[in-house]
Design a protein around this ligand. Sequence first.
Ligand code: FMN
Length: 336
Amino acid sequence: MYFCGRKLMRMKIGTIDLGERPVFFAPMEDVSDPSFRRLCKEFGADMMYTEFISSDGLIRDAEKSVRKLDIADYERPVGIQIYGKNPEAMVEAALRCEEAQPDLIDLNFGCPVKRVAGKGAGAGLLQNIPLMLEITARVVKAVKIPVTVKTRLGWDENNLPIVSLAEQLQDVGIAALTVHGRTRKQMYKGEADWTLIGAIKENSRMTIPIIGNGDVSSPEIALQKFTNYSVDAIMIGRAAIGKPWLFKEVKHFLQNGELLPPITIPEKVELAKRHLSYSLERKGDITGVFEMRQHFSNYFKGLPNFKETRIRLVTETNPNTIHSILDEIAAQWGDY
Ligand SMILES: Cc1cc2nc3c(=O)[nH]c(=O)nc-3n(C[C@H](O)[C@H](O)[C@H](O)COP(=O)(O)O)c2cc1C
């Protein structure tokens, strides 16, 4: 296939073949859990990651951290993401992750939240690049599977090292780099700036794949990012929350140049039921229902006069009753 006069290349991370113009699902705490990843995979996401895992928590066997190692064969290729600022802990955690047999390990150097970046981990490492490189080099040496990095443009508008940092990370052996086009200071505000992501791709010394991330919310924007910045893949985060079918819409548009018809409420209801069944299967009745609550809210956001039904949906504990409420939604808002 040809694209803007260029032959489209298959993207590879190590030996993982991700096809042409792949679309990744971003790691997101409390969102990219196993059941939601399964749906995103069914809708065509080409690569997925666990929620980030604290290296300190993992090596202490903290239940929350260990639980996040839960990956399944049907979601491959899948990466486990870890964060931390202590090189020994990061190496030990990476070895622990490797035992769970992911396709790769991703190092989070982009998380902006205070409890992480404020303590020098995540995006905090953008203020200590020698330590970031030391952690990366040591993890790369310690494990046999590919190691990738996800980070931001820099700490703030006066500190934007990403183009040279990309080279340094490549030199210590990472297999791919994801860049979110914001600084730590921006958190999630303003608009993602992809200019420097494009500049990394223009650097002739770069050979590893570059995954662009930030504000891809529609098929048209996805195509525009591939076209304008020549990235090897795009990664979608927030726009897929409550909308896992976005992957199908984006991939269909990239392949055929056509937009799919919008999903209907009865289709969303069927999807919510399927999601619930995956969650129950994976987490059991109590946690399975509990973890679905925010997903239910996300699926039906924006429906008129929905408040009372929403409250019932997110407080009900019996899966059969939840099914009945979902059927009511399909019947009541079916034509919306
Ligand atoms: C609720 C939430 C949780 C997130 N958790 C993680 C995480 O665990 N690891 C990570 O690398 N990025 C995390 N991110 C950042 C996303 O992966 C992504 O980089 C960011 O949202 C920008 O992409 P988007 O504009 O497509 O959402 C999170 C973002 C959100 C909104």
